[in-house]
Write a protein that binds this ligand. Sequence first.
Ligand code: XUL
Length: 515
Amino acid sequence: MNWYMGLDASTQSLSAVVVDPEQSRIVGDLSVDFNELPEYKCASGVLENSDPLVKHSDPLLWVAALEKLFSQLRPSGIAPERIAAISGSGQQHGTVYLLDSFRELDGWHSDRLLVEQVRQMLARPTAPIWMDSSTSVECAEITRAAGGVEYVQQTTGSPAIERFSGPQIRKFHKNHPEMYEATGIIHLVSSFMGSLLAGRSIPIDYGDGAGMNLMNLERENWDRQMIEATAPGLADKLPPLRPSSTRVGKIAAYFVDKFGFSPETELLAWSGDNPNSLIGVGGWRPGVAVISLGTSHTYFAAMHTPTVDPDGYGHVFGNPAGGFMSLICFKNGALAQEAVRDQARIDWRQFDQCLRDTPAGNHGNLMLPYFVPEITPLVFRASSVYRGTPEFEAGNDTPARVRAVVEAQALRLRLHSSWIETEPGELRVTGGAAKSTEVCQVLADVFGTRVERLETGNSAGLGAALRAAQGMGVDNWRGLAATFCKPASGQTVEPIPEHVAVYRKMLPTFAEFAK
Ligand code: XUL
């Protein structure tokens, strides 16, 4: 009768998925939207900044959201005392800078708000997150100091990347040397949130650690050359690296006293949202590729050997089930679709209707959706590009604009995933926009593959809950995936052969246009 909880600290919300493996059911799925906590001034999870390349968040927002979410458990029918183990998921790459006092906490005091206790332990008031693209100079410096791009990419699985933790840490050290000096420990969003639950500092897992430009993938340890190239004294400021399945201790007394968790609740290492999603959609083994249509659009798949992207856009992260996973990420995901919808003053129902009203290939109308600076490929100035009929280019053809953004997103997913060794046998689509059958049809046609959708939308939270169950020996990955990651019946989208042919011809034209 044990339940297992997965928390998901994503860009815009904190949510919890609770599973009951014995009864093969999801007990609960609840969420706190960060816009419900306006006092932290992070609209959609991000602090305002005059520089469009700088994207930070307030880590106290995440702490406050955790308390809010836990206070909603019992009213939502989730008895905290039944939860045997908890793991979690965090937006990747973001860093939290803490004083040394965070290392050896003696638990938290349940008569005081967690936010107040954590506030005193922050060495830096803000946390740079994955949307930040402001560290190109630092990327170049790190690459040079580490001995070249080949070394960085082969060792860490990615070239130096603006949003990755290493370049962000270097920028902090350069711009705020005293604050960097005072920093005792640097956590990822995932390991920070997990540390809150433990009431002490916990390790970083291989899944998320690989997104820092600091981990040696082969040795599964911090790479001395990368650390030295990044910032002085960094080795002493990083938590240890451990497998994702590591049990990191029991829940802190604070949560037992305040919310009624059992003091025996086990905690497992947290991981990044993409590694967790890989588990949550049943993609733990090679052969299943996943497209996640969230704030960012990502494509990922488990892989046997860590192959790197010759174009330098793809990444290799740790697969929580062991081995590795490939990933590519686009910033103009949900935001770009929202921008087109808002410009045309339509709702999502009309958006889907536009897709039904227009043909595959969009009469040759093409678009590069850069509503915010892009990371794949690197585009620093947010300015979308249009090529087609005069009405389309002038923005007077709403259906064509809608199809253009969806086709562009699907085509670049296909284009930039071609370096990944195994062709997917199955394509699973998750995230908010996966609800749209029309969007999934474009993906099925562009990839020429059947697209499956799952019952739950929160694949990162579900993946974390399944990791908690697997880590406690409840079942193996195959068993858990068979129970919880089944494609929803009637939700599969088959490719249409004539459309597949259109997109096969269109891909090289689009690739040329995107250069
Ligand atoms: C992956 C990436 C994003 C974030 C936020 O590299 O930057 O997918 O994890 O979801």
